[in-house]
Design a protein around this ligand. Structure first.
Ligand code: AKB
Length: 321
């Protein structure tokens, strides 16, 4: 891995599910002092708070970014702040404003400051009811019907635009549902796949807000971190998709993850009580074709459903004891 010790990295949305883990990994690579974590709130996680600089910013206020630029010379920005699919539907106008204006503020700031690389996450939510749901290709019909999905699709086009017109090196991945033990997700349709582990340990039972056979693409956090860093460390000429890359690891249903957990807890039970998130899940792909990412920059995941379940339960048991 080639990294520069002169890099100074800004992570916006550092307290979120992905940000809290990615920031710590970036600090291991680039040095604690060189990775500036930023969010609208102070981190609850002690290791995130204590391991390096932290700044309170609102990405909707460009002056907050300019003020940071008077103190740091950023070479890379990871812009992770967003409102996810389920929460977005509760306040669509605000979700659109945060997801789009936030992205514009960061892209314009990156251009003004001569930032070398920008990372911005997209999602499987860019796909919609008319997208082929099995083995969804990199290039296909995209008709998202959530405000989150619409903002991610538009964001992808803007990233492509800033690369084409202004030469900004923006890179992006279409994450599936992310599962990790360190932080909880906030307001997504795939959140059940994290919550189920916590409830399995706490109560031995889980009431799922999606139906038993709802198959969705998912990924364990170590794979998501690896994919993000591999993409960001790849030579620019290998990054030929300047919208966002399809990315896959596993796909499972609530019933299948429950069966995987039952290998450890035979008495664990799951019940189903689908809510409004079912409709969102039904509009998303079941499996993703990520062969373009594999070809362009060598993507390959390490975890499947059972190896993820084993690792999640191991770590959550340790944390709870
Ligand atoms: C969500 O469920 O909204 C997110 C996503 C798939 O982008 N986890």
């Amino acid at each position: 891995m080639i990294t520069s010790t002169s890099d100074t990295i800004l992570v916006i949305g550092a307290c979120g599910q992905l940000g809290s883990e990615l920031t710590l990994e970036l600090r291991k690579i680039y040095g604690n002092a060189n990775v500036i974590a930023a969010d609208i709130q102070f981190p609850k996680q002690a290791d995130l708070r204590e391991s390096g600089p932290f700044e309170i910013i609102d990405v909707l206020t460009p002056q907050h970014l300019s003020e940071l630029a008077s103190r740091y010379k950023f070479t890379q920005i990871y812009h992770l702040a967003a409102i996810l699919s389920a929460t977005g539907e509760k306040n669509p106008k605000f979700a659109w404003r945060l997801n789009m204006d936030g992205l514009f503020n960061v892209l314009d700031f990156a251009l003004e400051q001569g930032v070398k690389k920008v990372y911005w996450p997209s999602s499987i939510a860019v796909f919609g009811p008319n997208t082929p749901r099995l083995n969804t290709p990199q290039h296909t019909i995209m008709d998202p019907n959530t405000v989150y999905g619409i903002s991610k699709q538009a964001g992808e086009r803007w990233c492509n635009y800033y690369f084409d017109k202004y030469g900004l090196d923006v890179r992006s991945l279409r994450y599936p549902g992310l599962i990790g033990y360190k932080a909880l997700p906030g307001g997504g349709t795939t959140d059940y796949a994290v919550d189920i582990f916590h409830q399995a340990l706490a109560k031995g039972t889980y009431k799922c807000f999606l139906s038993a056979h709802t198959r969705l693409p998912m990924m364990y956090m170590p794979d998501a971190i690896k994919a993000t860093l591999d993409l960001m460390h790849a030579p620019a000429e290998q990054i030929k998709e300047r919208s966002s890359y399809n990315l896959a690891a596993m796909s499972f249903t609530p019933e299948e993850i429950a069966t995987s957990i039952q290998r450890h807890f035979p008495d664990f039970t799951i019940t189903y009580d689908p809510d409004a998130r079912q409709q969102i899940a039904d509009s998303w792909p079941q499996t993703i074709d990520d062969s373009v990412a594999r070809q362009h920059w060598g993507w390959s995941p390490s975890y499947d459903l059972d190896s993820m379940t084993d690792d999640m339960l191991l770590h959550l048991r340790r944390i709870n004891n």
